[in-house]
Design a protein around this ligand. Structure first.
Ligand code: 6PG
Length: 257
């Protein structure tokens, strides 16, 4: 595993996709264990997309007893506006691969109601998230999640924050609905809440992402066109977990690449 800093972010380059999944699972358990020990609960936002799939499966297979999952409070960084049983549902994706195979408490799993009116679902999700955060220890009331998992689209989107969309610049609302051309309605966390996370972990793999990874991490700061650049936790940690193909365009220090 190659590790270095690029700006405010930490970059981890795993040899291949299975190593990426292992590194991500280990970090999730590390952060979760620390959160439970320090604050009695682990607030995590799961990512959609395909990349986290092996991570979820690894957590269920190898780490079901490595963390007190009954202390986890689970949210999503975004959701497609479809019913929970729909194959496109991020909730369904994580539930089938992970959540129904570890002892999380169902009442602590907060899915975005993709079957409802998007704006209403976004408003309800924000209320739920704010209520959960307010109910916790006020050790650091400004913090949101202990860990937020995110992916990266080849166009630079993350969660459902897409290039050119106003949600990328949102500084007050924590959850917004948006209609994305060609993809349909989405509900997404905004930079306002993601940038309050104690740690954000991007999971990116594969050659098709190499160009956008380089632009996001080493190119000009233009979050309107590269929404992943809008995710910069003020005091939190940002970790990019990549496989070698996704990192192929990065200038790796000391020729470790
Ligand atoms: C979604 C995700 C989205 C995803 C990226 C990367 O709902 O699809 O939130 O932001 O993380 O599109 O997707 P892959 O991991 O499938 O490449």
């Amino acid at each position: 595993m190659i590790r270095f800093h690029r700006g405010a972010a930490e970059v981890w380059i795993a040899e291949d996709a299975p190593s990426l999944a292992r590194a991500a699972a280990e970090e999730i358990v590390r952060v979760g264990s620390e959160a439970v020990a320090a604050r009695g609960r682990f607030l995590v936002a799961l990512s959609g997309g395909a990349t986290p799939g092996p991570v979820y499966e690894l957590l269920a297979r190898d780490y079901a007893r490595a963390l007190d999952w009954s202390r986890a409070v689970v949210f999503w960084s975004d959701e497609r506006c479809v019913p929970p049983a729909d194959a496109r549902s991020n909730y369904r994706f994580a539930r089938s691969r992970f959540l129904e195979r570890v002892p999380v408490q169902p009442a602590q799993v907060y899915r975005i109601r993709g079957e409802d009116d998007p704006a209403a679902a976004a408003a309800a999700y924000e209320r739920a998230l704010r209520t959960v955060l307010a109910a916790g220890p006020q050790i650091a009331p400004t913090a949101s999640f202990d860990l937020a998992l995110l992916g990266l689209g080849s166009d630079g989107h993350t969660a459902s924050l897409f290039p050119g969309r106003p949600a990328v610049r949102e500084s007050d609302r924590w959850v917004l609905a948006d209609e994305i051309t060609g993809l349909g309605a989405r509900v997404t966390l905004t930079p306002a809440v993601l940038n309050l996370a104690r740690e954000v972990m991007f999971l990116v793999e594969g050659t098709p992402k190499a160009d956008v990874v380089q632009r996001v991490l080493e190119g000009p700061c233009e979050p309107g066109q590269l929404p992943a650049q809008a995710i910069r936790p003020a005091t939190g940690r940002t970790v990019w977990v990549l496989d070698r193909p996704a990192a192929a365009r990065l200038a790796v220090p000391g020729g470790q690449g």
